[in-house]
Design a protein around this ligand. Structure first.
Ligand code: ZN
Length: 195
């Protein structure tokens, strides 16, 4: 299922990735990398991917969220997570700034830690700046689930995985997490885990 996604333990997931020289962005080679990343993300399927996850140590991320990927969430879960459809976006050499003080905690998984999930506290709102797929400067201020995806993917470009940030006692396999906590409000999840 995660064919082509580098799994935890590989050094490329733990090293700091390199900035992309902006003049290389229009090249066929770099555009092919972007196409491969988007294709890999969709096939997995996932809502985001960073270049190190396909073995390329560059500071590039893609994200996209689709209705079909939210199908297993209840209306409450969708609302709590502020999960919304996001058309595909590319950020090259991203920098991320938290907006405000508010943090939110939800289960999160990673295509490079296949089969597991854990609770991770993230900023509710962030601003990301970088270059888009054409090499043009782009800034996006966003809250909710897309903000979480951005924080997760920018972490990847710095060699950080969600397991470094998670509330370790919440860690579990996806089937166990789903069976135990699926459909429950996050306040109940925290109570049950003693968090
Ligand atoms: Zn990941």
């Amino acid at each position: 299922m995660e064919a082509g996604v580098v799994q935890v333990g590989a050094p490329v997931l733990r090293n700091k990735a390199e900035d992309v020289p902006p003049e290389t962005i229009p090249s066929a080679e770099f555009q092919a990398l972007l196409a491969k990343m988007i294709d890999t993300m969709r096939k997995a399927p996932g809502v985001g991917l960073a270049a190190p996850q396909i073995g390329v140590p560059m500071r590039v991320l893609v994200l996209e969220d689709r209705e079909e990927l939210m199908a297993s969430l209840s209306p409450l879960e969708k609302q709590e997570r502020e999960r919304v459809v996001v058309p595909v976006r590319v950020f090259i050499n991203p920098t991320l700034t938290p907006i405000g003080e508010e943090k939110v905690t939800f289960f999160e998984g990673c295509l490079s830690v296949a089969g597991y999930a854990g609770l991770v506290e993230r900023w509710r709102e962030v601003e990301v700046s970088g270059l888009d797929e054409k090499g043009q400067p782009v800034t996006w201020r966003v809250k909710g689930w897309p903000a979480r995806i951005l924080q997760h993917e920018v972490d990847h470009t710095n060699g950080t995985l969600y397991i470094d940030r998670m509330l370790t006692r919440s860690f579990g396999t996806l089937p166990q997490v789903k069976a135990r906590f699926g459909g429950k409000p996050i306040v109940d999840v925290r109570k049950e885990l003693g968090l």
